[in-house]
Write a protein that binds this ligand. Structure first.
Ligand SMILES: [Fe+2]
Length: 254
């Protein structure tokens, strides 16, 4: 195998949502680039139709670190889906009925965020303060910066790539736009909340899957957007009898 990378790289994957078609494409990329360190920001399952297959693949990867998402929690424990929409609740019940005993236990044992990855950075599902919170607005981001101590925390849950930069010296908060394929360099003295987007159910009107690479030595992040077989993933959702909206939205990235 050729080794392209001088330094070990982490692949940051969030919100896979039982989408095996999308995950396979990410794993092919990882193999090509000889990347073997995987970090998961939660919502491995829920919405999609291949939870056991996705959990098998993730367990084989022996993740460097992971945190649970609200869908992992709801699929592992009845009564945890009260706030879900009808299609999401239906998918959680569908998933719960089909999980193998081993996968159910794996989901039940997933740690709540935030967690450290080595001593390098932190990860959370929603916000470092609350796994169910959506980090969308500057006010929410400012509060979230008080909930972790590292320079960088990756988060998911919104399914929207991008994030926030906080400069404590100036008290300034700025939106971080990640350009697919470009490195984004963290600046000394600034702190970051970065979302790699969603592997299995993107919602930024771009149907391509989304994830990030992180280079801990050089402190830089790169967003990846890739095509995958959305139609195939949608077909498995329809064939499983899950809500048709869950299939349709994959085709439009919404
Ligand atoms: Fe999610």
């Amino acid at each position: 195998m050729r080794h392209f990378l001088k330094f070990p790289m982490d692949l940051i994957l969030s919100d896979i949502h039982a989408n095996l078609h999308a995950l396979r494409v990410v794993l092919r990329y990882a193999k090509r680039r000889a990347v073997s360190r995987f970090v998961f920001l939660g919502d491995l399952v829920g919405y999609g139709a291949q939870p056991n297959q996705v959990l098998d693949r993730i367990q084989e990867l022996k993740p460097r670190s992971l945190v649970r998402g609200n869908h992992d929690r709801a699929c592992a424990r009845p009564q945890e889906d009260a706030s879900f929409s009808f299609p999401a609740r239906m998918a959680a019940a569908w998933t719960r009925e089909r999980l193998t005993r081993e996968h159910l236990r794996f989901l039940q044992e997933m740690p709540e965020g935030s967690q450290w990855v080595g001593d390098e950075y932190q990860i959370a599902h929603g916000s470092p303060l609350d796994e169910d919170a959506y980090l969308l607005h500057p006010r929410e981001a400012l509060q979230a910066f008080e909930g972790f101590s590292s320079q960088l925390c990756f988060y998911g849950h919104t399914h929207l790539p991008g994030g926030f930069e906080f400069d404590p010296g100036r008290g300034a908060l700025t939106w971080v736009h990640l350009e697919a394929g470009q490195w984004f360099q963290l600046r000394e003295g600034c702190r970051y909340l970065i979302n790699p987007g969603s592997v299995g159910q993107p919602r930024d009107r771009d149907a391509r899957l989304s994830f990030a690479s992180y280079d801990p030595q050089r402190k830089r992040v790169r967003l990846h957007r890739m095509e995958y077989d959305q139609a195939g993933a949608a077909r498995t959702i329809r064939a499983a009898g899950l809500h048709p909206n869950l299939a349709e939205r994959l085709l439009h990235g919404i």
